[in-house]
Design a protein around this ligand. Structure first.
Ligand SMILES: [Ca+2]
Ligand SMILES: [Ca+2]
Ligand SMILES: [Ca+2]
Length: 307
């Protein structure tokens, strides 16, 4: 699998504004499985994940996915899609926030079979200063660090999901390898189905999912999770709240409630695989990591809320 750590930097440019969607309050209703609501801040649809237990981890994956352990989580809401360029644009317009990559003046792009630090790469220029976001409004924002993701979620009155919340939202209560089941299907998400960046292509046809890099966040209905969350496999990898610890699962008690690794390390956890990843890298239990100030072309995020 392609786990790696790399470094970063950045710049700026400009996009059209978006109009926040009106809220659909559920305050008079008791939320249940299938409930949704819309954020007043960024128009994001959130789906409800009821309280209860699920089986976290995998015995068939990498060492850091073991052991499988039963985890109880309080109810929470999670964004139905990855945060889009249009949403991130609204955040920047509202706050004047400067991303880590913009501060550094460069960021990481995959070219010629390796990650290269490109001057001028940032969220507005995902492939470097000559690229832009034209026709990418509904694609996930990339070139955002964990710090940037946190700033966005706080602005949106939400927070990053914990690693456990993310995995439950991807798997449901019946564990399966992928959000839709145990069999890989190249049409259920945006994976490495290209031979432009490197020669490997996921099982199926080259060009199967239709996108070499990012795809619109509602493109793959067949790939939604049991809670109808999109792109929990593929499109972009997603920052979550927890510090990364490869031993964390083994150190947790068998029936941990609302686990979250708050013990600081060098890396924040990333979940879900991306357009750059192959079959084994987009499994629901795969864990990867990066330093919280790093950004690149394959990492984005979504937010959650506890009530
Ligand atoms: Ca490839
Ligand atoms: Ca693809
Ligand atoms: Ca994703």
């Amino acid at each position: 699998m392609r786990k790696f750590i790399y470094l970063v930097f950045v710049i700026i440019l400009s996009l059209p504004a978006c109009t926040p969607t009106v809220s659909t309050p559920t305050s008079n209703m008791v939320p249940e499985l299938g409930s949704t609501r819309i954020s007043e801040t960024d128009g994001m649809v959130q789906v409800y994940v009821p309280a209860g237990v699920f089986e976290m981890g995998s015995e068939d994956g990498y060492e850091d996915e073991k052991p499988v352990h039963t985890v109880y989580l309080d109810a929470f809401w999670i964004d139905q899609t990855e945060i889009t360029n249009e949403m991130f644009q609204t955040f920047i317009r509202d706050t004047g926030y400067v991303t880590d990559a913009e501060s550094y003046g460069s960021s990481y792009v995959y070219l010629n079979n390796e990650w290269i630090e490109i001057s001028g790469a940032d969220w507005k220029h995902p492939e470097g200063s000559t690229s832009n976001l034209e026709n990418l409004e509904d694609h996930p924002v990339v070139q955002v660090s964990w710090n940037d993701a946190m700033a966005y979620c706080e602005w949106a009155k939400r927070i990053l999901p914990t690693e456990a919340q993310w995995e439950k939202a991807a798997k449901g209560t019946v564990a399966s390898t992928y959000p839709w089941g145990n069999e890989f299907n190249c049409k259920n998400g945006n994976f490495d189905d290209e031979s432009v960046l490197d020669e490997y292509v996921v099982a199926g046809l080259a060009g199967c999912d239709g996108y070499h890099t990012t795809a619109p966040v509602r493109e793959y209905e067949g790939g939604v999770s049991p809670y109808e969350v999109y792109d929990m496999a593929g499109n972009v990898r997603e920052w979550v709240m927890d510090w990364y610890d490869d031993k964390f699962y083994g150190e947790m008690s068998a029936a941990e409630n609302n686990p979250q690794n708050s013990e600081e390390s060098d890396y924040k956890t990333i979940r879900g695989g991306s357009w750059f990843d192959i079959e084994e890298g987009v499994r629901s239990t795969v864990r990867s990591y990066n330093a919280p100030y790093i950004a690149d072309y394959i990492m984005g995020f979504r937010c959650s809320t506890s009530n």
